[in-house]
Design a protein around this ligand. Structure first.
Ligand code: AMP
Length: 375
């Protein structure tokens, strides 16, 4: 079985700093091992330009062994004689990790010949790499046209929770969007305004919306070229779109800075809003009460600084309190925030895909999902 995994894990000086992506693959590995498959794991790591030793995946072996509870060997290439040799040595129930598939430039070109070379190694293809599903590459899309393919358990979960929440939500359905820029999330805002009952907007992008309302936002993050769009969205959304009503402000980024709590109409001209304020947390918590489906993408403020994490913590707490609700974090920074702030267990599902979950939340079909024959 060729298993496409997403092992593009965060690492510093050769040490993996967050093993979530590895841990979440365990159900698929367990299934394959128990059923006697010979498993060859394909992944990419980082953005190497050709063969680049610092992007070798070999350093992951101890973490994989520890997380998956099986021995994992390594092959120094993902195609050709080294991969063939590793395959020939595999016994039922054993796992080998192949070297970074992006060492071959053909991978990102979805080259048909390269996809065939990969496919030659196995009888079946299992795609469990949701994090790459928004890309049409050889190891997730091309390969699937050469072999019978199925979704892995992590991929299945991502499709079920993110797709299910947006397309068939139990109502009330509340979406919370934050993060730095409106421009990164226009598609998501538009799509969720169509699908959700309420859309709460926090984070840096809220201030472009406030500017569109004619408010003075001081030195807060502004995308001047998105003010018109924000106006249109505000008009068409009516009371479905909820903005913060106060902010935690400062003269500069930092933890040792003086903080001002200001209502929307009273933003000091020389300060920037770095988090939603306490009244906004209360408002957002109230809007979340009784929600049965919650989708959250993007932090409410600069959560990396403890002084400006309260908004994001407040939203996490409000979501954690919900009864019988399906609560989903659509990957990226909000997933990191929830985990870093200690709320990882309070959500139904935290997506492992940043870009992929964002595109999924925009309602786009993901090539890595579309290419799987048995979903
Ligand atoms: P994104 O990747 O779009 O979800 O944005 C996440 C980033 O937005 C985080 O690094 C936050 O620190 C940043 N961010 C959130 N709120 C603000 C804000 N009010 N001003 C500046 N940056 C912010």
């Amino acid at each position: 079985v060729l298993l496409r995994a997403d092992l593009n894990v965060p690492a510093e000086n050769g040490t993996i700093t967050d093993t979530t992506r590895i841990d979440r693959l365990k159900p698929t590995i367990d299934y394959l091992v128990k059923n006697g498959a010979k498993t060859m794991v394909i992944s990419h790591y980082g953005r190497p330009k050709g063969v680049t030793p610092e992007f070798s995946q070999a350093f992951m072996l101890p973490a994989l062994k520890q997380s998956w509870g099986v021995d994992v060997t390594f092959a120094e290439d993902c195609i050709g004689p080294k991969a063939e040799d590793a395959k020939n040595k595999l016994h039922a129930g054993q796992v080998v990790l192949l070297e970074n598939v992006r060492f071959h430039p053909e991978e990102e070109k979805n080259d048909a010949g390269f996809a065939r070379e990969l496919a030659k190694l196995g009888d079946l293809f299992v795609n469990d790499a949701f994090g790459t599903a928004h890309r049409a590459h050889a190891s997730n899309v091309g390969i699937a046209s050469n072999l019978e393919s199925a979704a892995g358990f992590l991929m299945e979960k991502e499709i079920k929770f993110i797709g299910g929440a947006v397309d068939e939500p139990v109502r009330p359905f509340v979406a919370i969007l934050g993060g730095a820029k409106v421009s990164d999330k226009i598609g998501v805002i538009k799509h969720l305004l169509n699908k959700a009952d309420k859309v709460l907007i926090g984070g840096g992008m809220a201030y472009t919306f406030m500017k569109a309302q004619g408010l003075e936002i001081g030195k807060s993050l502004l995308e001047a070229d998105k003010v018109e769009l924000a106006k249109e969205l505000l008009e068409s959304a009516g009371d479905k779109l909820i903005l913060p009503i106060d902010a935690k402000m400062a003269h500069e980024f930092g933890n040792d800075v003086e903080i001002t709590i200001a209502k929307n109409e009273e933003f000091p001209a020389d300060q920037m809003a770095l988090d939603i304020g306490p009244a906004s947390v209360e408002l957002f918590a109230k809007e979340l009460e009784g929600a049965k489906t919650v989708v959250w993408n993007g932090p409410m403020g600069v959560f990396e600084l403890s002084n400006f994490a309260q908004g994001t913590i407040g939203v996490c707490e409000a979501i954690a309190k919900l009864n019988d609700a399906v609560t989903i974090i659509g990957g990226g920074d909000s997933a990191a925030a929830a985990m870093q702030l200690g709320f990882a267990d309070d959500f139904t599902h935290i997506s492992t895909g940043g870009g992929a979950s964002l595109e999924y939340l925009e309602g786009k079909e993901l090539p890595g999902v579309a290419s799987i024959s048995d979903k």
